[in-house]
Ligand binder design. Structure first.
Ligand SMILES: Cc1cc2nc3c(=O)[nH]c(=O)nc-3n(C[C@H](O)[C@H](O)[C@H](O)COP(=O)(O)OP(=O)(O)OC[C@H]3O[C@@H](n4cnc5c(N)ncnc54)[C@H](O)[C@@H]3O)c2cc1C
Length: 447
């Protein structure tokens, strides 16, 4: 008899997980704190988007939904960098045909819920997990102030970075390792609406970045011609969310710092003062599973900062790996769950570190001529020797067969090689020479 499965959280990962499990013949019930977003109107003017890349796409293809998602995705082939003087420059993300996708978080979540229900999953909305008794295997939900108790056989906690399942289950056990780290930067969403003619006000097929050293603004395109901008900014100090506390200070700062974007943001002050300032957290914990009856997955197991655009992609990859283990171990959860956490924990730790490092790259280094030269050298070498060198960004974003932990290891090695190459006297004049190529080859050979 297959176990009945209970999932807490019908977000991106919980919904996808429920599809995988129902397709494998499991009876799945999902309990979600919020109301059904499909029957609620989205808040006007706010559409939050995410970068979907190859790891997430692989999972969506496995459950047969990717063709649907393509219809609501906008390809972004590279970064469009906006300098402080208004000049802009474009850097392709990878080789021709390699791109990431801007997708509306809400639309993606709705499509996943639709598909879950088509496959027989039952979703209970307005059910907030309040308590878990892991001995009796019972969960207490708050349903609009009415408490109800649900028994579970196998429970997944996919309720996000501030997981109640993690708190009410794993944290009740001895020797549960738990670490949360908030960075000193928060984020706020702002809007660039469509131009007067209804078209995109900037290049549509790019992820726009205004790198400004210690902080940055980014923008991703939406299907309606608008861009959702995100300002990643210090909480305190000068400048910071705390210091931009009047309309005059805000507009003065934006007009000086993000002049080209500010012209396209008619609702800047309203957005800035009305939209929440949110924090950014990395969560590392272990173990993720308990016997054959409990597992954390997605952000609940490994929340990361968003600078590599990989949080959702990593959570989708969790589901794909778990699905493969269910097949491998013929539904024997005593074998599936331990192997799942052993396999995924090093990869989750690696992408957490890569994501933190990428903040510095995005907000600062992308505007640095030395960094751009290094990228040119790497790009040239990797197109000539694709089996010897894949740039770190490509390994994470476009190479789902390479584990995150492997991408981190190989990326660190390649960075050490590039540090030596960039220290070569006169590198700016001989970066595309045979001499440099041979030096890289010799260095790789040395290991
Ligand atoms: C600013 C920002 C930008 C990002 N950009 C990207 C990107 O470009 N690409 C990318 O791959 N990732 C990105 N991410 C990360 C991505 O949003 C997360 O990794 C992803 O949403 C994780 O999915 P999840 O289902 O695990 O958690 P969530 O999406 O947080 O879903 C958790 C669900 O559980 C529900 N829930 C919570 N508590 C309870 C409870 N007590 N009882 C019942 N239900 C509960 C919630 O309502 C929610 O529906 C970004 C994150 C941020 C903050």
């Amino acid at each position: 008899m297959k176990k009945e499965i209970t999932i807490i959280g019908a977000g991106l990962v919980g919904s996808l997980l429920s599809i995988y499990l129902s397709k494998r013949g499991y009876k799945v019930s999902v309990y979600e704190r919020r109301a059904d977003m499909r029957s609620e109107k989205m808040v006007a003017g706010r559409s939050i988007n995410l970068a979907l890349s190859d790891r997430g796409i692989k999972a969506l293809e496995e459950v047969g939904i990717m063709n649907d998602i393509r219809t609501i995705s906008i390809p972004m082939h590279g970064r469009q960098m906006h300098a402080i003087d208004g000049c802009s420059a474009y850097q392709a993300y990878g080789k021709d045909g390699q791109y990431i996708n801007s997708v509306s978080r809400g639309e993606l979540n709705k499509k996943l819920m639709d598909l879950a229900e088509v496959n027989g999953v039952q979703i209970f909305f307005n059910h907030k997990c309040e308590k878990i008794d892991w001995v009796k295997k019972e969960i207490v939900f708050d349903n609009n102030d009415r408490l109800s108790t649900v028994h579970f056989q196998l429970l997944f906690g996919s309720d996000g970075a501030y997981s109640a399942a993690r708190l009410n289950h794993q944290l009740q056990h001895e020797r549960f390792q738990y670490q949360q780290h908030f960075i000193d930067f928060g984020y706020k969403e702002l809007l660039i609406p469509p131009a007067a003619d209804g078209n995109f006000a900037m290049e549509k097929n790019a992820l726009h970045i205004w790198p400004r050293g210690n902080y940055m603004l980014i923008a991703l395109p939406n299907m309606d011609g608008s861009f959702t901008c995100t300002l990643f900014f210090p909480f305190d100090g000068e400048p910071s969310f705390a210091s931009l506390n009047t309309k005059e200070k805000l507009t003065g700062f934006f007009e000086k710092t993000f002049a080209d974007a500010t012209k396209l943001m008619p609702t800047l002050a309203d957005d800035f003062f009305n939209n929440p300032t949110a924090s950014l957290v990395t969560v590392k914990c272990f173990p993720w599973t308990r016997q054959d009856s409990f597992a954390l997955i997605g952000d609940a197991a490994h929340a990361i900062v968003p600078f590599f655009g990989q949080g959702m992609n990593a959570g989708f990859e969790d589901c794909s790996v778990l699905n493969e283990l269910i097949r491998k171990h013929s539904d024997d959860w005593e074998k599936i769950l331990p192997e799942f956490e052993q396999l995924r924990k090093p990869d989750a730790d690696a992408i957490a570190d890569l994501a933190l490092n990428n903040f510095v790259e995005m907000r600062d280094r992308v505007a640095d001529p030395t960094f751009l030269l290094q990228k040119k050298i790497e790009g040239r070498f990797s197109s000539k020797y694709p089996d010897k060198w894949i740039p770190a960004y490509g390994m994470v974003t476009f190479s789902p067969h390479i584990r995150y932990s492997e991408a981190l290891k190989r990326g660190n090695f390649q960075q050490a090689v590039m540090d030596e190459i960039m220290a070569e006297p006169g590198i700016e004049n001989k970066w595309d020479s045979e001499e440099i190529e041979n030096k890289i080859l010799a260095r790789i050979e040395m290991g």
